[in-house]
Design a protein around this ligand. Structure first.
Ligand SMILES: [Zn+2]
Length: 151
């Protein structure tokens, strides 16, 4: 028997987002653009924050108004975050290089239609009537764990 996918709130949020991205970006080209924009926005935000933190760190070093102890705690926190962000920025840079390779691929309109078709099967509109009926049936399945004692 296949294992039930995890239904915790984090996973459910992920499934929902996953399906939404397939539904709203159902072609190969749209997925390319979406993922490129997503990597780029993540990189932009991370490097901007990295710059700001570096600025804060050098300001703090020359600031006489705060005690040495305060300075030490705050600077340590920033330094730690900067180390982490540096790794993240390096990973994002690598991902971007790989994404460029994916961007070299172009598919014909016919294949794009296949993408749209499969996307519809994978992530149908949750407000679609068929889907609502299916969901209702699914939640009434008697062997669902929390319904076991009711029957
Ligand atoms: Zn989970």
């Amino acid at each position: 028997m296949a294992e039930e996918p995890c239904q915790c709130s984090d996973c459910q949020r992920f499934y929902k987002e996953h399906d939404r991205l397939i539904r709203e970006f159902p072609t190969f080209k749209q997925q390319q653009e979406l993922n490129w924009a997503s990597i780029q926005s993540f990189r932009t935000l991370c490097s901007k924050v990295t710059n700001e933190l570096q600025k804060k760190l050098s300001e703090s070093e020359s600031n006489e108004d705060i005690t040495n102890e305060e300075k030490y705690i705050y600077d340590a926190e920033i330094t730690e975050a900067l180390d982490e962000l540096e790794s993240v920025n390096a990973y994002l840079y690598s991902i971007e290089a790989l994404m460029e390779r994916i961007f070299d691929t172009q598919l014909s309109d016919k294949i794009e239609l296949k993408f749209k078709e499969v996307a519809k099967e994978l992530a149908p509109d949750p407000l679609n009537l068929d889907r609502l009926i299916l969901n209702r049936l699914f939640h009434q399945t008697p062997d669902f764990p929390d319904k076991k004692n009711i029957n």
